[in-house]
Design a protein around this ligand. Structure first.
Ligand SMILES: C[S@@+](CC[C@H](N)C(=O)[O-])C[C@H]1O[C@@H](n2cnc3c(N)ncnc32)[C@H](O)[C@@H]1O
Length: 357
C-alpha cells in the first residue's frame, strides 16, 4: 500500500479490502525519510504506559488497533514497532496530520492505514478494517497536537497573531472568526463558561458583541487584546495568560469536541471485542469527566441486590485498568511539558458493551 492508499478515507468512498499482510518491515526497521520531521513535531505522551495497558489485547498476530487520534503518528509508530504482528488504523480529522503521519508510517506498509474523518466514525472504521466489525484495541490521545498549536497560521495560539480559524479540519465547519461574528451574547457566554470554565464569560461575551459591530474580530491578537480588557485588572494578574480559557473554549466549540467524544466512546466500546482494551489520554477536565463517567458506569455491577437475574444480563461490561487516572511523573513532564495535564484511563471489555443509561 502506497501513501496514496494510506490516505484514502472512508468518507472518500474507500472500498479497499481489509488490511493485508505483506510488505511488512521488521519491527526494528528505521522509519524512512521525512518521518523524522513528524517525530520532531510531537512527542507522544506516556507512550510506554499506553502500550503496556494495550499489550494483552494487541500482541497476537493480526491484531487491529485503532489509533483514533493519529496526529503525528507517534503512538502508532511506537505500537507498530513494539508489536510486530499488529495492524494499526489511524484516524484524524486534520488532513495535514494524516499526510505527515502517513509519510512517517509508510515503511510499515500494509500494517498501517489512515482514515481522514472524525473519530465518532469509529463504527465504520471497525466495520471496514476489523474482524466482524470488532477491533482489539482503541487508543485516544485527545485534543490538539503540537503541530496544530505551533502552526501559527491556524489560529490556535493566543501568543501569535494569526487568522482566527481553529478548525482541526480547515476544509469544513465554522471558523472561530465566523462563530464570534454570528453567536449572540448568551451563546458566547455559554461557550466561554462551559468549555473554558471562564469566570468572566459574560463580560467577555458582552465586549465581543459590542466591539464586533464596529470592527469584525478576525485575528487572534484582536481577541487576546479584547479578553485582556474584559477581565478586571486584579484577576488578570493571577492564573496565567487571561486568554487561555477563552481560546480553549472557542477551540472546543469550533471543533464540537465534547459532543463528538460523547458519541464516540460508546461506539468505540461497542466495536472492541471481549478481551480488547480502550485507553484514553485527556488533557482537560471536561474531556476527562466524560471518559471517567462512561468508564465508571460501564464497570458498575448492575445486579439488583437479592433479585434473580439471567446470567450475564447485568454484569459490568468493563473492567477498569487504572485506579483513578494515570499521571505523568516529573521526569516525563520535564522531557515533554505537554504531559503535565494528562489523565490516562483504560478499560478492558469483559462483556459485550451495552449502553446502560
Ligand atoms: C494530541 S494529538 C495526537 C498525537 C498522537 N498521539 C501522536 O503521538 O502523534 C490529537 C490529534 O487528534 C486529532 N483529533 C482531535 N479531535 C478529533 C476528532 N474528533 N476526530 C478525529 N481526530 C481528532 C487532532 O487533529 C490531532 O491531530
Amino acid at each position: 500500500m502506497g501513501q496514496e492508499g494510506a490516505m484514502r478515507g472512508i468518507d472518500e468512498g474507500d472500498t479497499t479490502p481489509q488490511i493485508h499482510e505483506g510488505d511488512v518491515p521488521p519491527a526494528s526497521a528505521p522509519p524512512a525519510g521525512g518521518s523524522r520531521d513528524a517525530a520532531a513535531l510531537h512527542v507522544p505522551v506516556l507512550l510506554e504506559e499506553c502500550l503496556d495497558m494495550l499489550a494483552p489485547a494487541i500482541s497476537h498476530p493480526g491484531a487491529v488497533l485503532v489509533d483514533a487520534t493519529l496526529g503525528m503518528g507517534g503512538h502508532s509508530e511506537g505500537a507498530l514497532r513494539r508489536f510486530p504482528d499488529l495492524h494499526v488504523v489511524g484516524i484524524d480529522r486534520d488532513p495535514q496530520a494524516i499526510a505527515l503521519a502517513s509519510t512517517r508510517l509508510a515503511p510499515f506498509g500494509q500494517r498501517f492505514r489512515a482514515v481522514t474523518t472524525t473519530y465518532d466514525h469509529i463504527d465504520q472504521v471497525a466495520t471496514e478494517y476489523g474482524h466482524d466489525a470488532q477491533v482489539d484495541g482503541v487508543l485516544m490521545d485527545l485534543g490538539v497536537s503540537s503541530l496544530q498549536l505551533d502552526d501559527l497560521e491556524r489560529g490556535f495560539s493566543y501568543s501569535h497573531d494569526a487568522p482566527l480559524d481553529m478548525r482541526m479540519d480547515p476544509s469544513s465547519g465554522t471558523s472561530a472568526a465566523e462563530l464570534l461574528a454570528t453567536a449572540d451574547e448568551r451563546e458566547l457566554t455559554r461557550i466561554l463558561r462551559t468549555y473554558g470554565e471562564e469566570r468572566f464569560a459574560q463580560r467577555i461575551a458582552r465586549l465581543i458583541v459590542s466591539e464586533r459591530a464596529a470592527v469584525p474580530l478576525t485575528r487572534t491578537s484582536q481577541l487576546a487584546d479584547l479578553v485582556r480588557r474584559a477581565i478586571p485588572a486584579p484577576a488578570r494578574r493571577t492564573g496565567g495568560n487571561p486568554s487561555k480559557r477563552t481560546f480553549q473554549a472557542l477551540r472546543v466549540a469550533v471543533n464540537d469536541e465534547l459532543r463528538i467524544l460523547e458519541v464516540a466512546l460508546p461506539r468505540a466500546l461497542t466495536h472492541v471485542r471481549v478481551g480488547g482494551r480502550v485507553v484514553v489520554e485527556a488533557y482537560q477536565s471536561l474531556e476527562d469527566r466524560i471518559v471517567k463517567a462512561v468508564f465508571r458506569e460501564g464497570s458498575r455491577d448492575m445486579t439488583p441486590p437479592g433479585l434473580p437475574v439471567l446470567p450475564g444480563e447485568s454484569d459490568a461490561p468493563l473492567r477498569l485498568l487504572t485506579r483513578g487516572a494515570g499521571r505523568a511523573d516529573e521526569e516525563e513532564v520535564a522531557r515533554n511539558p505537554r504531559s503535565a495535564s494528562v489523565r490516562l484511563r483504560g478499560v478492558e471489555i469483559v462483556h459485550p458493551w451495552r449502553n446502560r443509561s
